[in-house]
Structures are given as structure tokens and as C-alpha cells.
Design a protein around this ligand. Structure first.
Ligand code: ATP
Length: 199
């Protein structure tokens, strides 16, 4: 499995649709200061579901939409597609190539797609959760983040290791199941109260 290509359209400084082809192995992005190198990395984090504007070096989420320049009007939406080679079947889906798309409109509406089919962010997270890539998998190490890991408290460091080991997915499922159980228990209590009243 490897990242095959990344297409940015209306994302930050990439007003015109731009596709970067990636080969297996190491890819270096080289360019002058302010030319958009970090925006490429932000696009990968964003398409994988990043929800924090700060993590994307912005103040609010719609800062990722091309804001315009002196020669070009602002755009109404940002779109990023990440295509992953899945010929080794590392992702649990019946496709040898998987494209993940995220779109955001100025209205605040957003959408996700897997191979052109609308889906939820949760579907993307589940698809990627055992692959080692994903928003919370620490695959993107920003400037200064290594220091943060080295100086983290033991419990925070444990969280990094758990995520790397793939425990996160099961912890999230457990939390979801516990929330459902709580809701079910509340319903049960209500039914018991009502049957008590009817006796
Ligand atoms: P450096 O080498 O200094 O770290 P860089 O190549 O990583 O620079 P980026 O930080 O990726 O550069 O890009 C910064 C540029 O992106 C700035 O010129 C900024 O104006 C532009 N930019 C960021 N967000 C938007 C946006 N929403 N619309 C238009 N341009 C944007």
C-alpha cells in the first residue's frame, strides 16, 4: 500500500486543480518559502478527517478554502482527493485503488467520499484504522512535534503507543457501545416506571 496521488482544488493556495503523483519510497517537496509545501501536508491531514483548524494552521475551518489573491477571486469550496494503491489488499475494501475525497463549502457544509460514493467520516476512519494511516495515527509529524512527544507525560506517551498499535479503533468502538448501553438502560428504567404506574 502506498499513496499514489493527491489532488488539491481550491484548497489553501491551490486555486487551480493540482495533482501530485507520488511513487513508492521517499518523496521530497521542494520550493521557496511560502510556495505551499506545508499546504500539501495540511491537505493530507485534512482529507484524512482533521477537524481542528489550528492543526491546519488556520483560525477557522473555512480558512482552508482559497481566499483569493489580487488577480484571482476567492473560491466557494475546497476539495482534496487522496488516492491510495491497494493492490496488496492492505485496506479492507474490494478495490485495488482507493480514492478518499473531502469537500468543504463556504456555507459550512462538508462531505466525504470513498471511490466517488458519499460516506461518513467514520467510514473513512474505519477503513484506514488498521493501515497505520489516519488523522489520529501520528503519521504527520509537524515541526516541533518530536519535542512534544519526548516531553510528554507517561499517560500521553501511552496514548501514542496505543494509537500506533491499533488499539484506538477498539477503544472508540467500546466508548460507542457504552454510550448505547447507557441510553438503553435509561429507556429500560422509563419502561419500568411506566409499567409500575400501570399496575
Ligand atoms: P515555508 O517554506 O516558509 O514553510 P511553505 O512552502 O511551507 O513555506 P505554506 O505555509 O504551505 O508555504 O504556504 C503559505 C502560503 O499559502 C501563503 O502565501 C498563504 O498566503 C497561502 N495560503 C494559505 N491559506 C490560503 C488560502 N485559504 N487562500 C489562499 N492562499 C492561502
Amino acid at each position: 500500500m502506498h499513496l499514489k496521488s493527491l489532488t488539491l482544488k481550491g484548497f489553501k493556495s491551490f486555486a487551480t486543480a493540482t495533482t501530485l503523483k507520488l511513487e513508492p519510497g521517499i518523496t521530497c517537496v521542494v520550493g521557496p518559502n511560502g510556495s505551499g509545501k506545508s499546504n500539501v501536508v495540511d491537505a493530507i491531514a485534512w482529507v484524512l478527517g482533521e477537524q481542528g483548524a489550528k492543526a491546519l494552521r488556520g483560525g477557522k475551518m473555512d480558512d482552508v478554502i482559497f481566499a483569493g489573491t489580487s488577480g484571482r477571486a476567492p473560491l466557494g469550496r475546497a476539495e482534496v482527493t487522496l488516492t491510495i494503491d491497494n493492490t496488496d489488499g492492505a485496506l479492507p475494501i474490494e478495490y485495488t485503488e482507493v480514492s478518499i475525497t473531502r469537500r468543504l463549502f463556504r456555507s459550512g457544509d462538508g462531505e466525504y467520499e470513498i471511490n466517488g460514493d458519499r460516506c461518513r467520516l467514520l467510514d473513512i476512519q474505519e477503513l484506514l484504522s488498521d493501515s497505520g494511516i489516519g488523522r489520529e495515527m501520528h503519521v504527520i509529524v509537524g515541526q516541533g512535534q518530536l519535542d512534544a512527544v519526548l516531553h510528554a507525560k507517561p499517560e500521553d506517551r501511552r496514548a501514542f503507543i496505543e494509537e500506533a498499535a491499533g488499539v484506538l479503533k477498539h477503544r472508540k468502538r467500546k466508548e460507542k457501545a457504552l454510550r448505547k448501553l447507557d441510553a438503553m438502560q435509561a429507556n429500560l428504567n422509563r419502561v419500568q416506571d411506566l409499567t409500575g404506574e400501570l399496575r
